[in-house]
Structure formats: structure tokens, C-alpha cells
Design a binder for this molecule. Structure first.
Ligand SMILES: NC(=O)c1ccc[n+]([C@@H]2O[C@H](COP(=O)([O-])OP(=O)(O)OC[C@H]3O[C@@H](n4cnc5c(N)ncnc54)[C@H](OP(=O)(O)O)[C@@H]3O)[C@@H](O)[C@H]2O)c1
Length: 339
């Protein structure tokens, strides 16, 4: 594996809401049960933006942001699994309280690493855990709850597009909601049948009619705020509204009468909690499935690859046009180029 350096470049956040900077910091040492990953690439996800702004789960500061990525395991702490992973290309997730993926190296528990199958590149591997596993979880929820159809908001997102493709695969109608005409066209071009634009004057009536027609009783909400209240209002009796993001960054004001008479439910979804509740066999099945579908249904578009040193430019690019695809922070260009 060669000798490891003592120091590395890493993105650092000093406090919530501060500007990020790139600094030289010590390479972390893997503890018992952990591995050291030489990072190849890592996306910017909405949850990273939330973390930078001080929303959602926080870490001790100064912190290295980044929740998921890919790389090669170059050292192991005590334990069988860590030793097994040495030399392997992995998709990896950061631990909740230690350094994140936006660095040249990351120490993380071995169980947060998934060895990549031949044929899955380090680039796709970098975006293999958060959205793909969430997409599979949503279809599991739909199946278990016997929901005939699904309503999906912010549907032109990377995750929304996975929901479109999995809906087609499983024969589950998806009512997609977007806020721009260009996104209506984008989703139609992917084969989506039902796409509604929140900008239409009769949007609410269209959504109610379609949701009743298709019996869409599972409503997946990435926005929160006003959108959640509206979904509860128009959902068929007995529906479940699942809030899994808060892109709208505004509070929801919900009238009791919109849900109590027709026994509608409002619940939250957070992938780490979902995975923690699943047994190891299901998690292994799902991580294998996301790799099988990495090149098709669960593929993610990349709009730009940016070196770690240009993190601020990468953040600006992504926030200017999230729908154009993920901006990947590249920590090691030669590893990404070689696969
Ligand atoms: N809870 C969990 O465990 C979990 C797991 C995975 C993902 N998520 C959530 O899933 C959502 C999608 O993630 P992603 O990575 O797929 O996103 P993404 O690819 O970055 O796309 C974000 C999309 O949201 C749209 N959007 C942003 N702000 C909006 C607003 N105020 N109103 C309407 N649309 C808005 C953007 O459209 P414009 O181009 O119009 O801005 C864009 O199409 C995020 O909320 C993320 O946090 C949650």
C-alpha cells in the first residue's frame, strides 16, 4: 500500500454558517473496527448544504463535511472486517461525529463501507449510498403499506429521477411534482407519465384529482413547509405523507381538519434510522441491489468534477442548478480516472 502521509488536504467548517476553507490537517488514524479510506470522490448533497448552514445533525467543530463518497481502503484498525477491506475500492459513509468525506483521507467504521463490484466505477460508487438506498427504502415502504401509487415532490432531483425509473420497473404509478416547465419536460423525456407543475393555477385541483384516480396514498415530500400542508389537504383518505427533506426551508402550518377526519398520517424518514432498524441481511441485499442498478435505474448524473481545493466554486455551481446533476469533489483524480 505504500507509506501513508502524516498530513492531508481537507475541507473544514469552523462553525455553522461559516465559509468553508481547505486546510492541511493530520491524516486520521483508524481506531478499532475502523478503516482509513483514501478518498477518490464525494458528491455535494442537500444534507451537506443543511449541515454547512447548521441545520440537521451536527458534529464537533472545526468539522470536515461530507456524508458519502468512494475511495480505496489503505489501512485498518483492529478487527476482521477492517482487515478484510484493506486494498478494496469502497463506497463509504462518514460516522456521525467524526471527519467527513470531503478530504484526502477519512477514518470511518468498516461497517459504513461497501466493497464495490467490478463494473461499478469509483465515480458512481461515490453516490451509491444516500439516494439509491433511500429510493429502495421508499419502494419497500410502498410495498409493505400496499400503496397503489406514489406522489413525489422535487421530482427532478437525483432521487426523484430514481423514483421515476423504479416506479416504471415495479409498475407503480408516480405522480411527479416539480416547480419548472423545463423539469416537466425533463421527466416526460424520461418516460414519466404524470408530471405536475406547482406553478399551474389549478395545480392543487390537478393533484387531488390524479391522487384520487390513482389511489396515490403514499406521498413523499422532499420540501416540507407549505408543500406538506398541501399534500395533506389533497391526499386521499388514509394516506401517509412522508417528509424526508426540507428543501423549502420554511415551517409547515397544518390545519387539523386536513388530516383528522380522514385519518391521514404524517411521518418522517431518515435513512440512517431506517438502516439501523433493518437487519444485516436486508442491508446487504439492498447494498448489492444498488450496485446492480447503479448503471441504470439508480444512476446519478454528474454535472461537474471539481478538485477538493475548489470547494467553494463547487458549492456555488451546485446551488445555482441542483437539477443539472451532482457536483463531485475529487480528492484523487488518478484513482477516479482509473476506475
Ligand atoms: N431523509 C433522508 O434520509 C434522505 C436521504 C436522501 C435524500 N434526501 C433528500 O432528498 C431530497 C433530494 O435529494 P437529491 O440529492 O436527489 O437532490 P438534488 O439532486 O440536488 O436535487 C434537488 C432538487 O430539488 C429542487 N428544489 C430545491 N429547492 C426547492 C424548493 N424550494 N422548491 C421546489 N424544488 C426545490 C431542485 O430544483 P430547482 O432546480 O428548481 O432548484 C432540484 O431538482 C433532498 O431534500 C435530500 O435532503 C433525504
Amino acid at each position: 500500500m505504500g507509506a501513508l502521509p502524516d498530513v492531508m488536504q481537507a475541507v473544514q467548517l469552523d462553525a455553522p454558517g461559516a465559509r468553508v476553507s481547505v486546510r492541511e490537517v493530520p491524516v486520521p488514524k483508524p481506531g478499532p473496527g475502523e478503516v482509513l479510506v483514501r478518498m477518490a470522490a464525494s458528491p455535494i448533497n442537500p444534507s451537506d448544504l443543511a449541515f454547512l448552514m447548521g441545520a440537521g445533525p451536527q458534529k464537533p467543530f472545526p468539522a470536515i463535511p461530507g456524508i458519502e463518497g468512494s475511495g480505496t481502503v489503505v489501512a485498518a484498525g483492529r478487527g476482521l472486517l477492517p482487515r478484510f477491506l484493506v486494498g478494496k475500492r469502497v463506497a463509504c459513509a462518514a460516522a456521525p461525529t467524526s471527519g467527513g468525506t470531503w478530504a484526502e483521507y477519512m477514518a470511518t467504521p468498516a461497517r459504513r463501507c461497501v466493497p464495490l463490484k467490478r463494473g461499478v466505477s469509483l465515480e458512481q460508487g461515490a453516490m451509491l449510498l444516500v439516494n439509491p438506498l433511500t429510493a429502495l427504502a421508499f419502494f419497500d415502504i410502498a410495498k409493505r403499506g400496499k400503496h397503489a401509487a406514489i406522489v413525489s415532490t422535487a421530482a427532478a432531483s437525483a432521487l426523484g429521477r430514481m423514483i421515476v425509473r423504479l416506479g416504471a420497473r415495479h409498475g407503480v404509478p408516480i405522480i411527479n411534482i416539480v416547480r419548472r416547465q423545463s423539469h416537466v419536460e425533463l421527466l416526460h423525456s424520461m418516460g414519466a407519465k404524470y408530471v405536475l407543475n406547482t406553478g399551474d393555477a389549478d395545480f392543487s385541483a390537478q393533484l387531488r384529482t390524479l391522487a384520487y384516480q390513482l389511489n396515490a396514498t403514499l406521498l413523499l415530500d422532499a420540501l416540507a413547509g407549505r408543500q406538506t400542508a398541501q399534500l395533506l389537504r389533497v391526499a386521499p383518505a388514509g394516506s401517509t405523507v412522508v417528509v424526508y427533506g426540507y428543501l423549502a426551508r420554511e415551517p409547515s402550518v397544518i390545519e387539523a381538519t386536513t388530516f383528522l377526519y380522514e385519518e391521514k398520517e404524517l411521518t418522517g424518514f431518515y435513512l440512517p434510522n431506517w438502516l439501523a432498524k433493518k437487519g444485516l441481511p436486508q442491508v446487504l441485499r439492498d447494498t448489492s441491489r444498488v450496485q446492480q442498478l447503479a448503471g441504470t435505474d439508480l444512476q446519478t448524473t454528474v454535472q461537474r468534477r471539481v478538485p477538493l481545493s475548489a470547494v467553494q466554486e463547487a458549492l456555488d455551481l451546485y446551488q445555482d442548478n441542483m437539477t443539472a446533476g451532482k457536483v463531485l469533489l475529487v480528492a484523487n483524480q488518478s484513482d477516479v480516472s482509473n476506475g
